[in-house]
Write a new protein. Structure first.
Lengths: 291, 331
């Protein structure tokens, strides 16, 4: 029982990180109606950026975010302008392929520079732990959770308390109507993509400290993140956050009760159940999106 | 009109003759090896196009069916104790039937969704199969892999039976694709692609049609996966349920022309030799993936409609202009 409780606590803490990564993905979907299959690769890219700063310049991985998040934001804006914006007809299908191609390109480049050996970012807080009741929690999970909470809070403040956030929400609700009231949806889209990539950078750091990773790690990540945003309802930030917490708690408890090798499988089982019972996800508004 | 049809028929016969006689024209095993993989992708792209091109439902998880077919055949042969030789090819249709059953189940829930969600479900399905192949160790051998019976052929002849098996499956796929395009069923699929709600409104049984197309497409891919497994004789989860195989067939269809009969063939004939060349020359440094992704991006950004639709539009425009210039030449 104590093991299950411990797994649940750990699930919530890691769930926070997945919530951050998934919120970027669902924000991009909400604003542009595209599925960024490259999101996992961007998380891995973020992890490698912090890895380099840590290994070569000895910069603390959390501190390195001051550099990597702006860099990834700018890179995201550029990627959106160069690769996503030109797509006119059949955007949904083509954007999946374009972001898939970007994922392969990033994987290839990372493989070229870092080989396919597994690496991990280490710091004092990834081994040091403190006791809660009968078990101990490593500091990195707490720090990671707090970081994600802070960034998610900032995103929500931006979305609900600023004019630009209003423009983003308007674009998510109805792109054409947003255009009609004078919102520059192209600019909103580029910034949203940038924000999505900045969250990927932040998620990547925590991912890189708590996991070993290599350039191919993005496949595993993206299949989890996609399941999370489908469960939460495509384009729903609230949904993505709640779904991430639910999924990671279920996964960690499965790992304890059944076996770690089957923990990943839970994602797919939940996905199938969601599709059968509630295809629009927990917070999805539209019952069926039009092709 | 009559002339064109005869010309096209002659062209078709010529292409078929070259395909059938290729092992005699270029018998060295390096060439026939490339030929096996190229014809394999002709079949895969054609099969993918039946679902992705005709109905517009983009599946990125067809590598799952490829891997499933591969494992299905491998396990069948192992359980029945079939020896290497021509006999394993007889079980390829069985692998196809098993893949069809799987596709019917997967399609039943996956096709409850549209567009974006469907893409996600197919990706998740592929990784689920990969995980199953890895975890069901007692059945699949897990990460240690699954062995096929050893093909008895040696030297330059080794590739030939596999070449003809792949060619036969590609031709079956093309025949199915051709028939579907001309049938009422195919018309229904195209209607679904253009506007599913309107198609439903005019009485197209969209659900049944989509599922049928999905099953046909998956079964063909599964059979090709089976032959592939026998060809490489040793399969691992991440090499047969390979996302790169799944995305390659999609890219070929987009390059040649989505929803056309010959587009997937053309795309595969261009891309697969190029891909093999890239992998051979740059595979070690992983730059291969970068180059592949660059080709991919160029195709999607600059020729999203594919070669065949773009070319036929160009020809149609020149035809339309031709009479006008002739009239202008004789005042």
């Amino acid at each position: 029982m104590i093991l299950v409780l411990e797994a649940a606590v750990l699930g919530v803490l890691t769930g926070g990180v997945y919530a951050l990564m998934a919120s970027g993905l669902t924000l991009i979907f909400g604003v542009m109606r595209i599925i960024n299959v490259g999101h996992g690769a961007l998380v891995v890219l973020g992890a490698y950026l912090s890895f380099v700063l840590w290994r070569n310049l000895n910069i603390d991985p959390f501190v390195s975010l001051v550099v990597t998040m702006p860099v990834m934001f700018v890179l995201g804006v550029i990627l959106q302008v160069v690769f996503i914006r030109p797509l006119k007809a059949d955007r949904e299908a083509l954007s999946v392929l374009v972001t898939y191609a970007l994922a392969l390109g990033i994987e290839g480049l990372l493989g070229f520079f870092f080989t396919s050996n597994y690496v991990q970012i280490t710091a004092w807080y990834d081994t040091a732990s403190f006791p809660i009741g009968n078990f101990r929690i490593t500091y990195v999970y707490i720090y990671g959770f707090l970081l994600c909470l802070a960034i998610l809070g900032a995103i929500f403040l931006m979305l609900y308390r600023t004019t630009f956030g209003g423009a983003i929400r308007a674009t998510m609700l109805n792109r054409t109507a947003a255009q009609l009231v004078g919102i520059d949806v192209d600019r909103v889209s580029a910034v949203a993509f940038g924000i999505g990539m900045a969250t990927a950078a932040a998620g990547g750091v925590v991912f890189g400290i708590t996991n070993t990773f290599n350039p191919g790690s993005h496949y595993d990540l993206i299949s989890r993140l996609l399941t999370i945003i489908v469960l939460g309802g495509l384009g729903s930030l609230r949904g993505a956050i709640i779904a991430a917490l639910i999924m990671l708690v279920i996964e960690d408890i499965t790992a304890v009760l059944i076996s770690p090798v089957w923990a990943d499988f839970v994602f797919f089982v939940v996905l199938v159940v969601v599709l059968l019972v509630r295809p629009q996800g927990l917070f999805g508004l539209r019952v069926r999106e039009r092709l | 009109m009559y002339d064109r049809r005869v010309l096209m028929l002659l062209g078709l016969v010529a292409v078929l003759a070259v395909a059938l006689l290729l092992p005699a024209i270029a018998p060295d095993s390096a060439t026939t090896n490339i030929a096996v993989f190229t014809v394999m992708y002709v079949g895969l792209a054609t099969a993918w196009n039946i679902m992705g091109g005709y109905t517009g439902y983009i599946s990125l998880g067809h590598a799952g069916f490829f891997g499933f077919g591969s494992y299905a055949l491998g396990l069948l042969l192992a359980k029945l104790g079939v020896a290497g030789g021509y006999e394993p090819f007889l079980f390829v249709p069985v692998a196809g039937v098993l893949t069809a059953v799987l596709a019917a189940v997967v399609g039943w829930f996956a096709l409850r969704t549209r567009a974006a969600t469907f893409v996600i479900v197919t990706i998740a399905f592929m990784f689920m199969l990969q995980l199953l192949a890895e975890n069901l160790t007692s059945l699949t051998g897990g990460g240690a892999g699954l062995a096929f019976p050893n093909p008895p052929w040696r030297g330059g002849f080794f590739n030939i039976p596999f070449y003809y098996a792949m060619l036969a499956l590609a031709l079956v796929g093309l025949a199915a694709s051709w028939w579907i395009r001309r049938s009422k069923f195919g018309l229904g699929l195209l209607a679904i692609r253009d506007d599913e709600d309107k198609a439903l409104a005019v009485g197209v049984p969209a659900g049944a049609f989509k599922l049928t197309a999905f099953v046909i497409s998956a079964a063909l891919v599964g059979m090709i996966g089976g032959v592939y497994g026998y060809y490489v004789t040793f399969i691992y989860p991440q090499f047969v349920v390979d996302p790169l195989i799944g995305i390659s067939m999609v890219l070929m269809v987009f390059l040649g022309g989505l929803g056309t009969l010959w587009g997937p063939v053309l795309g595969a004939l261009i891309l697969e030799p190029a891909q093999l060349w890239l992998a051979y020359n740059y595979g070690v440094s992983r730059l291969y993936l970068v180059l592949y992704s660059a080709v991919f991006l160029l195709v999607i950004l600059f020729m999203p409609r594919g070669i065949i639709p773009s070319a036929s539009e160009l020809i149609a425009r020149r035809r339309a202009r031709a009479p006008a210039t002739r009239a202008g030449a004789t005042p």
